[in-house]
Design a binder for this molecule. Structure first.
Ligand SMILES: C[S@@+](CC[C@H](N)C(=O)[O-])C[C@H]1O[C@@H](n2cnc3c(N)ncnc32)[C@H](O)[C@@H]1O
Length: 264
């Protein structure tokens, strides 16, 4: 593979070569921000401005590759991230959805280490114990999916978590916290690239939060349309707390509370 790269001296060629190496097409991400992140990473790993050597190193050093992929995809997250919005989710969004249903199909798109998906499962278990539900967690980064499946977390992951949830749904083990098996039963984690892979349908809730920040506007528009197509009528798209959807009526979505959009 390395020989294939030849001399690479500009970003466009880097993007092409990196796509053939990783499958990730950086053309969907905002160029300036990606360039900055790539250059910072290269500088701290002593590959300043040398895309060719950097790509060769990525090709043969899997630790460097994993670190770089993680740096690009940015998987910072927490249980109950933006706690106030989870109150709205529990007090308004779920009860209104359940007015005409007895089960819920939920998707955490860009789920990172699973903290968002388990937050959703805790809310179901705690407040809606008689409702059947399934939660799909997807991410492009297979390393974070491993953590999600294992369900083993650091104390800092719980900075926003009300203490009773930690005590009830996790077991302390070796300075970490292991999610209880009872919470795992309704959750499935799967690798998926939101920009290129096909989506399942029939969801009542899709949470896609803090994932699209680096996507281009064109990529976001395509993605939001695909999410809308995957929702049931009346279903909810839950976005990150800095992510307002502009032109949402084009997608057939209506804002029903800040960061919650309903399919009409
Ligand atoms: C900052 S985390 C967000 C986690 C969680 N949704 C939250 O709000 O806390 C962003 C996640 O999006 C994932 N991601 C980035 N690009 C993606 C893509 N094209 N397809 C699927 N996941 C992607 C990253 O791997 C990362 O785990």
């Amino acid at each position: 593979m390395a020989a294939y790269f030849g001399i690479i001296n500009d970003y466009e060629k880097f993007v092409k070569a990196f796509q053939s190496l990783s499958g990730l097409d950086l053309n969907y991400y905002k160029e300036n921000q990606m360039k900055r992140r790539i250059n910072n990473f290269m500088a701290t790993h002593e590959y300043k401005d040398n895309y060719t050597d950097f790509l060769k190193a990525l090709d043969c050093d899997s630790n460097l590759y994993d670190a770089f992929f993680k740096h690009l995809t940015i998987n910072v997250t927490q249980f109950f991230r933006d706690l106030r919005l989870w109150d709205v989710y529990r007090e308004k969004i779920i009860p209104e959805l359940l007015a005409g249903k007895t089960s819920l199909k939920i998707w955490s798109a860009g789920c990172s280490g699973g903290q968002e998906a388990y937050t959703m499962a805790m809310i179901m278990a705690e407040y809606f114990p008689n409702i059947r539900y399934s939660i799909l967690g997807t991410d492009i980064d297979i390393n974070v999916l491993q953590q999600a499946r294992a369900g083993n977390y650091e104390e800092r992951d719980f900075a926003s978590t009300p203490r009773p949830f930690l005590d009830k749904y996790f077991t302390p083990a070796d300075n970490k916290f292991q999610v209880k098996e009872s919470l795992k039963g309704n959750i499935r984690f799967q690798e998926q690239n939101l920009l290129t892979d096909r989506f399942d349908r029939g969801f009542d809730i899709i949470a896609c939060r803090n994932v699209v920040i680096y996507f281009t506007d064109e990529a976001k528009n395509v993605l939001y349309q695909k999410f809308t197509d995957s929702l049931n009528i009346g279903g909810i798209l839950f976005t990150g707390s800095t992510e307002h959807l502009f032109g949402k009526s084009h997608f057939g979505l209506k804002s029903i509370s800040s960061f919650f959009y309903q399919k009409q």
